[in-house]
Design a binder for this molecule. Structure first.
Ligand code: NCD
Length: 316
């Protein structure tokens, strides 16, 4: 069973946005704001002598580097397994539980990404040290959602009463799953979900999320995007989740964020976000728009949010 945060992060696992409530999100954001104002020299004292093991069974640029940078900026060190299926004893058939028991002998926290939904819950169950889910297949990606929420919060000074658009792969995108859960903790939010029919949320997820109090409106054409969104959250169609690559090819560029679409449907206040990597679904010419945050503010905030998490979880 995953433990709720309830305002206390010490020694807790971060596996799902379901563990959070408003108070915990705000406590984390306060810590982020504090860290942003603190000198690097002072920050470096926080995790001296601590070690994080980063184990990524799936490729990663941002999430891996961001966790490593966050831990090191706080004075800690990392053990890096970026290719465990070729370099660790997982190749020899070692179970994920045994691997976890070994890693906990050497380190103070485990950050893991795995292709199978639910694995991180198993790892957290087995581990005696805290575990952070860095993405479990089509499941969740809680730290990404927290950095996305922080980015929205920083811009609008609130997380309630917002109107947003999420576009791309609602079915397989773990970042959208966590972000919907995250925003559903705050009242009065409406999210438009734009995807091809084949990639809309599973009916179970649609029901589960709607039951959390958020208003979800599924749309299948850019014509139906409302013109007063606070944020647009574009995503990549998740190639690696398709059994039939022909279907992926057909669907991959169903919706592209272009300058033209912005001029037709975005508001002055609308911010443009994407967890990245992008593979054609945002036109490069959009990068220069001051409302585009995916190459700058979002990844930078990601590092600060992870610093705050490490600090709160490991503070003795
Ligand atoms: C995302 C992921 O891995 O889920 N990337 C990330 O961590 N920022 C999104 C994606 O791969 O499309």
């Amino acid at each position: 069973m995953l433990k709720s945060i309830k305002g206390i992060f010490t020694n807790k696992d971060i596996v799902s946005l379901s563990q959070f409530d408003q108070q915990s999100v705000m406590k984390l954001f306060k810590e982020v704001m504090k860290i942003k104002k603190t000198s690097p020299k002072k920050l470096f004292k926080n995790l001296q002598g601590k070690i994080a093991t980063l184990v990524f069974f799936e490729p990663s640029t941002r999430t891996f580097s961001s966790h490593a940078s966050a831990f090191k900026r706080l004075g800690g060190q990392t053990i890096d397994h970026q290719n465990p299926m070729t370099t660790s004893s997982a190749v020899k058939g070692e179970s994920i539980e045994d691997m976890t028991h070994m890693l906990e002998q050497y380190s103070d926290i485990i950050v893991m990404r795995h292709p199978t939904k639910g694995t991180l819950e198993k790892v957290a169950e087995a581990a005696t040290i805290p575990v952070i889910n860095a993405g479990d297949g089509v499941g969740e990606h809680p730290t990404q959602a927290l950095l996305d929420m922080y980015t929205i919060f920083e811009k609008f000074k609130r997380l309630k009463g917002l109107k947003g658009l999420m576009a791309g792969d609602m079915l397989n995108g773990r970042t959208v799953h966590s972000l919907i859960k995250g925003l559903s903790m705050f009242p009065g939010n409406t999210i438009y979900l734009l995807s091809p029919k084949e990639l809309r949320l599973s009916r179970e997820e649609y029901k589960e999320y709607s039951g959390r109090g958020i208003r979800l409106v599924e749309i299948f054409s850019t014509k139906d995007i409302p013109s007063d969104c606070h944020f647009w959250y574009w995503t990549r169609v998740q190639k690696e989740r398709f059994k039939d690559q022909k279907v992926y090819e057909k669907l991959k560029l169903s919706f592209i964020l272009t300058k033209k679409l912005i001029s037709e449907k975005a508001a002055k206040k609308t911010i443009f976000m994407h967890p990245l990597p992008r593979v054609g679904e945002i036109e490069v010419s959009v990068d220069d728009d001051p409302r585009s945050l995916y190459l700058t503010t979002q990844p930078k905030n990601g590092m600060y949010v992870r610093m705050a998490l490490f600090k709160l979880i490991l503070k003795s």
